[in-house]
Design a protein around this ligand. Sequence first.
Ligand SMILES: *[C@@H]1O[C@H](CO)[C@@H](O)[C@H](O)[C@H]1NC(C)=O
Ligand SMILES: *[C@@H]1O[C@H](CO)[C@@H](O)[C@H](O)[C@H]1NC(C)=O
Ligand SMILES: *[C@@H]1O[C@H](CO)[C@@H](O)[C@H](O)[C@H]1NC(C)=O
Length: 302
Amino acid sequence: MSRKSVFLLAATVVMLYFSIILFMLSPLHGAKSSYYINVNNYMNHFGYRQTPQVHWCKELKWRVPPSPKVTALVSYPGSGNTWLRYLLQQSTGIVTGSIYMDYGLKAHGFPAENMTDGSVLIVKTHGVPPLDSESYKFHSAVLLIRNPRDAILADYNRLYKGHIGTAPKYVFKKRSPNSKISDWAAHVYQQLRDWEGLHYKWLSQFPGAIHIVFYEVLVRETRKELNKILQFLNYTVSEEDMNCAMLNKEGIYRRKKKFQDFDPYTKDMYKGLDKIRQRILRLINVYQKKNNVTFVGLKGYL
Ligand SMILES: *[C@@H]1O[C@H](CO)[C@@H](O)[C@H](O)[C@H]1NC(C)=O
Ligand SMILES: *[C@@H]1O[C@H](CO)[C@@H](O)[C@H](O)[C@H]1NC(C)=O
Ligand SMILES: *[C@@H]1O[C@H](CO)[C@@H](O)[C@H](O)[C@H]1NC(C)=O
């Protein structure tokens, strides 16, 4: 190579180098990349591609005066807790709280995250009494129960994709070294024990009044079930407010169903799911008889 071409090559390399640096430092690119980083962080946490817009029937307020009695909204994760909070906020205009601080929810329609006193309508928890001291503070509880098959799957999706996404199929096949069963299978059996423990403990150890809501019934008969919950909370809403809540009942917090052609549960898992579900339904039956209350006919469930 001649000296001239070596020089030209070196000059080209240096120019390329500097133009790359300039490109990376340019404000447009800088702004864009930070925008993408934000969106990605946001997606990881919450599962949205774009900032979702929540349309509220009326401006959300805190409860004034605060209620001296605090009611818990108890559910196993993945059971529609956020959706029910959304419906309650739509119909009452009062914020709902949580024993957790979910920054994604706080930024998108749930300003009372990490609020557990009477200034909110109800307080979300996935906690278990009496191991969790938080539960002692509650005067009463709404227990939202979803069948464990869908709840465990919805929660698994949340672990991978935030509040409204679905996990890719391959994650159901992954197996850790030294494990005889897939990570998903290990997860299912563990979660099934947790699902039973949560419901068992609330139904048998919580001293306050419990109102039971089945997620599946809430989906089918939203207005009727919501009215029953509001009655339990001693909170009256106008027909107009209820109508508005029903017009907006879908909200943005419901996961689209996917995998209609793919069932991650095996026969063995179904056996376990069914056994534990029946045990809890029988316990609910006992609770209803003992407390002379009827939340819902269990015939279709048992
Ligand atoms: C939640 O609230 C408590 C008590 O008000 C406060 O000490 C704590 O810092 C809050 N947590 C977060 C993550 O904001
Ligand atoms: C609703 O009112 C009844 C009757 O006054 C009371 O016993 C009950 O504790 C109240 N429920 C809640 C959730 O405050
Ligand atoms: C059970 O509740 C019904 C109405 O809700 C009432 O008529 C009945 O007397 C109650 N029974 C007992 C044993 O308290």
